[in-house]
Design a protein around this ligand. Structure first.
Ligand SMILES: Cc1cc2nc3c(=O)[nH]c(=O)nc-3n(C[C@H](O)[C@H](O)[C@H](O)COP(=O)(O)OP(=O)(O)OC[C@H]3O[C@@H](n4cnc5c(N)ncnc54)[C@H](O)[C@@H]3O)c2cc1C
Length: 236
């Protein structure tokens, strides 16, 4: 088996390395000290195709592989690990919409995620279950065309700042098979955020609790969009 990187992969790595050294590295200490979420620097990365690395090209992504993404993130992380980590989460959330969403959701969310005009968070961890994802307790109950969410997510990167929250919720039985994923937009009634967590380093991304207190719907109050259907997450 050939474990060497292809010429194309070496080229991504070089692009990412140069970008990270020139655009992120000189600023990273200041971002960390000021606890600044570097939105413009993230959007610069998006302009290079790094916001949807493995989102399909037809939806504005770069259409690359997970391995390609790893190579790119490795380079970005060498300049600012917490910004690179946030970007990797945003990529994962965008991919989930591409992979498990429907056409209306792709058309609605992906264009702004690909430019990082909008930011996305991934909400799995809970105070009561931590690493044991199959035990998560946040519940989504169907109410007509909508869902009512109750529960809390802990340590969410981008919590309070992101525009979208891809949230793992229990819609069915206990254990791994009863879990679905809903997209919740910032501004949805009943959605609130905890205080920004204090961290040692990793200060370029806000990390906070995300709370759903009888959120009466998983769609924003000012939206006329269709209901968001849960997409099943294999193995989640
Ligand atoms: C800066 C930061 C950002 C984060 N961002 C996100 C985010 O965006 N979205 C999100 O969903 N989560 C996020 N997390 C949460 C992170 O994924 C969790 O911290 C992680 O899942 C561990 O959960 P826990 O902290 O409750 O630890 P616990 O689940 O209590 O685990 C504690 C330790 O015990 C080990 N352990 C647990 N169970 C077992 C077992 N059965 N056998 C052996 N060892 C075990 C774990 O590996 C770990 O080392 C973030 C965390 C941090 C610190």
């Amino acid at each position: 088996m050939d474990f060497d990187l292809s010429d194309e992969q070496l080229a991504f790595a070089e692009t990412a390395r140069q970008f990270a050294r020139e655009e992120w590295l000189p600023h990273a200490p200041g971002w960390d000290e000021r606890e600044e979420f570097p939105e413009d620097a993230l959007r610069q990365a998006a302009a290079l195709g790094f916001a949807g690395i493995y989102v399909r090209e037809q939806f504005g992504g770069s259409g690359l592989t997970r391995l390609d993404a790893t190579i790119i993130f490795e380079e970005l992380a060498s300049a600012c690990v917490s910004t690179a980590a946030y970007l990797s989460i945003h990529n994962m959330a965008a991919w989930m919409i591409d992979r498990f969403g429907n056409d209306a959701q792709r058309a609605r969310f992906l264009p702004k995620l690909m430019t990082m005009e909008h930011f996305a968070s991934y909400c799995l961890t809970e105070p009561g279950s931590g690493s044991d994802a199959a035990a998560l307790a946040t519940r989504a109950r169907r109410a007509g065309d909508d869902y009512v969410l109750n529960g809390s997510k802990a340590f969410i990167s981008g919590g309070g700042r992101s525009n979208l929250y891809l949230t793992m919720v229990r819609t069915g039985e206990t254990g791994p098979k009863g879990i679905s994923c809903l997209v919740v937009e910032n501004g949805t009634p009943g959605l609130s955020f905890g205080k920004k967590e204090r961290k040692l380093g990793w200060n370029t991304q806000p990390t906070a609790m995300v709370n759903f207190a009888a959120s009466p719907t998983s769609r924003p109050s000012n939206s006329s969009s269709p209901t968001w259907r849960p997409s099943s997450m294999p193995g989640a």
